[in-house]
Design a binder for this molecule. Sequence first.
Ligand code: MTE
Ligand code: MO
Length: 299
Amino acid sequence: MAFRWKNDLRDRDVTDQALWMNRRQIMGGLAGMGLAGAATGARAETPEPNTWEDITSYNNFYEFGTGKSDPLNNAGAMTIEPWSVRIDGLVDRPGDYAFDRIMEEMTIEERLYRFRCVEAWSMVVPWNGFELADLLELAGVQSGAKYVAFETYLNRDEMPGVRFPVLDWPYVEGLRLDEALHPLTIMATGIYGRDIPKQNGAPLRLVVPWKYGFKSIKSVVRITLTDTQPPTSWNKANAREYGFYSNVNPNVDHPRWSQASERRIGGGLFASREPTLMFNGYEDEVASLYAGMDLQENF
Ligand SMILES: Nc1nc2c(c(=O)[nH]1)N[C@H]1C(S)=C(S)[C@@H](COP(=O)(O)O)O[C@H]1N2
Ligand SMILES: [Mo]
């Protein structure tokens, strides 16, 4: 296990951001930052991260309500200990993987990623997490697998939002296997070196930085390898508006609004909108996954 500074920092009584900036300067010269370091370094501007407060108080987690502050106010009721992830379907070693064991086996890295919601707001988040590919390797992906399906925890007593049929609960998502195995795809377990808060999807959630935020499913309890494209919550709710791929694309508008630009959370009331980047700025890394595909059709 390489680079696991998360645990050293957990209990320190310091300001998150000050600590993070400090740590980042120390880590700056070191190798082992992984592809994200290379990816963000390759671009002219490395965006500054949003504050801990922005990232943890402006959320979408509809199981706790549809308001942006509902997750912060309501997610405290969610039981996250003990936690395990059932990995099943086309794998050699199906079973319930305890969260603690996953953390033992995985290498935790820091990944500073742009995050772009389909609603046209964005943030920059310093995640801590591990590559999904490493977890799938632990379970042993079989040769017939073509897709990965994900499911969120569901508890009607703890989640006031699931009384409303906004979505068909539990929240489900899916990726093509090559997308799931891409080194940019992570399971996030922390933010700013602290355990990921419940409102952000504790204790582990998917993060796919080149796709709209709703693909990044929270509080994952099940991962299933399949040979058929799995159903996804927003696509089931409105297939015309939300496709299976949902790659960030400034040239393909949502039927009800433009996707050409975005509002960076924390920019203040008078901040100008920023242009949305193809594949959210990760075009060099992921465009080859979609070579020859019509991205208007496969939105
Ligand atoms: N289970 C679940 N996962 C979810 C959602 C949700 O409502 N339920 N919302 C999605 C949407 S629309 C976005 S933009 C991101 C928001 O992540 P954040 O609150 O950490 O910024 O989570 C995604 N994952
Ligand atoms: Mo979103």
